[in-house]
Design a binder for this molecule. Structure first.
Ligand SMILES: [Zn+2]
Ligand SMILES: [Zn+2]
Length: 260
């Protein structure tokens, strides 16, 4: 078996998603090499300009999202797309381009403690029965171009390690404009026209708590549109999670509903 493993290791070289260095055998299940993992951890500890907590502790969310009825937005890092070399930006771009179990599993593993914490805040013990995981689907064009939806892949890994079922409840119609090219008001109406709920899954989610995932959130309008749909479908509580969220602005943010 050792020979087979050594051969597999040799044939399937794994690289750090940030600096592209070949990973040592003890790092093979990680997304990053040791140096880049330290940089990723540093990103997780960066302070929120609104609540002053670290990114991974910050529960601030854009106004549109808190008004939609989401209980909380948990993030691993803050999003600054112009700083392309940052490990979080490299990770997000990597997952958009490639369907990769190891890197998706890494993200899921990083999200799991936040998910468990939020479940405990709500007093949910039997998470597999009372919660479900779902996501804001990617546009069809982007999905066709890359052959996968990174949020779907990450959510399935998260489901695998948490035992919480993943339900592909939210669907996206053809057409619509690219969110990043629109103002926040235009984004909200664009999303509400685009997203719809697949009725065949309704019985699996009614009265449950949703773990709603999107890889990146800036204005929060995609998540807010999805939250409204989930609420109108009889979902009880909605917790939002992302890899990166735009750096918060004081006037825009509202803290965790449970902090009050
Ligand atoms: Zn690296
Ligand atoms: Zn904050």
């Amino acid at each position: 078996m050792k020979i087979v493993k050594a051969m597999t290791d040799f044939l399937f070289v794994r690289k750090c998603v940030c600096c592209k260095k070949i990973l040592y055998s003890h790092e093979r299940e990680n997304a990053f090499c040791y140096e880049c993992l330290l940089k990723w951890r540093f990103e997780m500890t960066r302070s929120c300009s609104s609540c002053m907590k670290s990114a991974v502790e910050c529960t601030c969310m854009p106004k549109s999202l808190s008004e939609s009825g989401a209980l909380v937005l948990r993030k691993l890092t803050f999003y600054e797309p112009e700083k392309r070399g940052k490990p979080n930006n490299r990770l997000i771009l990597f997952l958009k381009d490639r369907k990769n179990k190891r890197v998706s599993r890494f993200v899921a593993t990083e999200l799991l403690p936040l998910l468990r914490f939020e479940a405990s805040v709500l007093g949910i013990e039997d998470v597999a029965d009372r919660m479900f995981i779902t996501y804001v689907p990617r546009g069809r064009k982007a999905k066709a171009l890359n052959g996968h939806d990174q949020s779907d892949v990450i959510c399935r890994e998260l489901s695998d390690i948490s035992g919480i079922p993943c339900v592909p409840l939210i669907k996206r119609r053809r057409g619509g404009k690219e969110q990043k090219k629109l103002s926040s008001t235009e984004r909200a109406s664009n999303v509400s026209n685009l997203l719809w709920i697949d009725d065949k899954h309704l019985s699996e989610v009614r009265g449950k708590c949703a773990v709603l995932f999107d890889d990146v959130t800036t204005t929060g309008s995609s998540l807010a549109g999805a939250v409204k749909l989930l609420r109108s479908s009889g979902v009880d509580k909605i917790l939002c999670f992302c890899i990166s969220s735009a750096v918060s602005k004081k006037k825009d943010d509202k803290s965790h509903a449970n902090d009050k």
